[in-house]
Design a protein around this ligand. Structure first.
Ligand code: SAH
Ligand code: SF4
Ligand code: F3S
Length: 459
């Protein structure tokens, strides 16, 4: 059977990256194989994100491009199906079909295991197929094995959210919190390890709220991590995204116990002001966050943090914003994502009084980003002359160069022979920029390129 081209474009969070891979897996038995370009593809799949207005608008600009491809192929007597998946599909399914009637499939994040039926039905019936049910357990039960594709892999263990931060669409697009059974997660992790995966990132919108069934009792996230660490071949474990109120003592203890658990934690705080956190319905105060970080550092002194901030939430005063700036300085986050508040239809904050102007949001974003970038550069510069274990998983731009990840997720560029792809090698850091490091192998390996000894690797 000749292969049918599947072109996938993914927006949004890592969970969407995982979902896109899984959609590719469910479509494989129908003869679909990934293709690099949408031109000539039989199926164009857009996996969307609804988190901020800009993220959602990207869908419609992409769709205009794909419509032209579809129409051009139709003139040649060929058929291209366009499928919209993910959180915009879930939130705005009807609107998508109204604005873009040439879309063939609208499928939400919980029902993409049904894509093959939807595609097959389009063979006989040309009416658009829409499936926006909420049933995560059914989805995971029906997905085929998650095949390893390189030395690193994502593994979704938990979906949805019951926290209802007032700014956030996730509880509406991904539904109620659901944890996969422990045995299913371990089986998927074992399969990945057998396929050569060395680093696994456990994913969930509230990953540390995990409470999966384990033969009738409930297993917590700490137990799950310990079990994953027992699997032969898994040398690195990461997880994202966590909520501060679910960082319990057992989970903090795991950070001190397991060398495989990387000393880098993404723990979104959103704001440095208690009054702001209350209006955001974050369920935590700044002191709770500080206390967790203290405990984490006692358990794992080399741990570093990254976070998310929102600036310009409705009614954010100058004093509240200053509290965020000083908290960012105090905590010295080594990486952080900072977003302008974006009003999302249907969320409580969208109708709060005191919506701020774009100008104020931009000004605050720039001020906060300056602090965060300084933190990041200071940390990156402190890594120079250190030897770090780097997992090389991507080719670099220059011949002979590869890019790997440090324990702290910093991209590290170094001259490394091709056969070392997927290896974890000791690298001496020789240069630092805000977002990346340059390094050289601490111990040159057989077959290595002579230029590894050349200082000042290109970053
Ligand atoms: N589940 C995670 C993050 C979900 S979304 C958590 O609980 O933290 C990723 C980030 O997007 C959030 O941490 C937040 O900083 C940002 N975000 C969410 N909704 C937003 C909105 N309406 N406007 C701007 N940023 C938003
Ligand atoms: Fe959104 Fe808050 Fe849930 Fe995170 S915890 S997904 S920010 S509602
Ligand atoms: Fe976006 Fe949905 Fe993820 S809204 S951030 S793709 S959960």
């Amino acid at each position: 059977m000749s292969k049918k081209g599947l072109y996938t474009k993914t927006f949004g969070c890592q969970m969407n990256v995982y979902d896109s891979q899984r959609m590719g897996d469910v479509l494989k038995p129908l003869g679909f194989a990934d293709t690099e370009s949408p031109d000539g593809a039989e199926l164009i799949l857009i996996n969307t994100c609804h988190i901020r207005e800009k993220a959602a608008e990207k869908l419609f600009s992409e769709l205009g491009r794909y419509r032209q491809i579809k129409e051009a192929r139709e003139r040649d007597g060929e058929r291209t199906l366009i499928a919209v998946a993910g959180c915009v599909a879930q939130a705005e399914g009807e609107e998508i079909l109204r604005r873009a009637p040439f879309v063939d499939i609208v499928v939400g994040p919980q029902t993409y295991h049904r894509l093959p039926e939807m595609v097959s039905r389009l063979g006989t019936d040309r009416a658009p197929q829409v499936d926006l049910d909420f049933a995560p357990e059914a989805k995971f039960d029906q997905l085929p094995a998650n095949e390893a594709n390189g030395p690193t892999a994502f593994l979704s263990i938990q979906e949805g959210c019951d926290k209802f931060c007032t700014f956030c669409v996730v509880p509406y697009t991904r539904g109620a919190e659901y944890s996969r059974p422990l045995a299913d997660v371990i089986a998927e992790a074992r399969g990945l390890a057998l396929g050569g995966v060395r680093e696994v990132t456990l994913l969930g919108q509230n990953v540390n709220a995990y409470h999966g069934d384990a033969d009738g009792r409930s297993a917590n996230f700490a137990e799950l991590i310990r079990r994953v660490a027992d699997i032969d071949g898994i040398e690195r474990i990461r997880y994202t995204t966590s909520h501060p109120i679910d960082m319990d003592d057992d989970l903090i203890a795991v950070h001190g116990e397991l060398a495989q658990l990387m000393p880098f934690l993404h723990l979104p705080v959103q704001s440095g002001s208690d009054s702001m956190l209350a209006r955001m319905n974050r369920h935590h105060k700044i002191d709770l966050y500080r206390g967790i970080v203290d405990k984490l550092l006692r358990a794992r002194p080399d741990l570093k943090l990254s976070t998310d901030f929102i600036v310009g939430f409705p009614g954010e005063t100058d004093a509240e914003f200053q509290a965020t700036l000083s908290f960012a300085r105090e905590m010295g986050f080594v990486q952080a994502y900072c977003f302008k508040y974006s009003a999302r239809p249907g969320t409580p904050a969208a109708i709060l009084p005191g919506q701020l102007s774009e100008a104020i949001k931009s000004e605050r974003l720039a001020a906060l980003q300056q602090v965060l970038e300084t933190n990041q550069l200071v940390f990156n510069e402190s890594c120079v002359d250190r030897v770090m274990p780097i997992l090389f998983d991507r080719p670099g731009r220059k011949p002979g160069q590869m890019i790997g990840r440090s324990p702290y997720m910093q991209p590290v560029h170094a001259m490394v022979p091709d056969h070392a792809f997927g290896d974890i090698l000791d690298v001496r850091i020789v240069s630092a920029r805000t977002i990346s490091l340059g390094g050289e192998l601490a111990v040159p390996i057989l077959g290595s390129n002579p230029s590894v000894t050349h200082r000042g690797a290109n970053v």
